[in-house]
Design a protein around this ligand. Sequence first.
Ligand code: GRF
Length: 202
Amino acid sequence: MTAGLADPLRIAILISGSGSNMLRLVESMTGDHPARPVLVLSNVPGAGGLAKAEAAGVPTAVVDHRAYADRAAFEAALQSTLAPAQPDLICLAGFMRVLTPGFVAAWEGRMLNIHPSLLPKFRGLDTHARALAAGETRHGCTVHEVTPDLDAGPVLGQAEVPVRPDDTPDTLAARVQAAEHRLYPAVLRRVAEGDRSPLRFA
Ligand code: GRF
């Protein structure tokens, strides 16, 4: 998966929301970085990240899941929208649709995700509230390869943050998101350089 400057790795980023992680990834892929963003795709029309991507000069597309009868039809549309951009790697960045094993298999080893917990703790949703309820003193985020098991693929990097006694889910989420913004670009660069050993940010 190593790519020289003459042949940068082509990155598609899938979003559903504000796209702050997407923007950090896009902004990181300059200069001698071995990858370049080729498409930002949202399943939500009007997602805030679309305007950010356009302002950054990255082509965008929308595949609205509500327009399709089932997951298979939605994912077929995803594939046919991705195909012309010829991505080598997909980064899920706040993409809030569960992908079927068939789609995941088609991108095996070539799809990353960022999850707002220190996996294997707190797979799924509402991770910050659950970390608080569990009395955790450390929380954080994980970048991992996407496999058919939700939030369970090989870990490529983790960043920890402290949990403070007066934290609410919102204050904790803000601290974790700042860590996400450092972690995801760092992991993407390592993966693009061919290094999949887990990165740890304390
Ligand atoms: C991030 O916290 C990510 O971990 C979660 O969704 C959020 C997306 O935020 N899966 P943004 O769209 O990157 O701002």
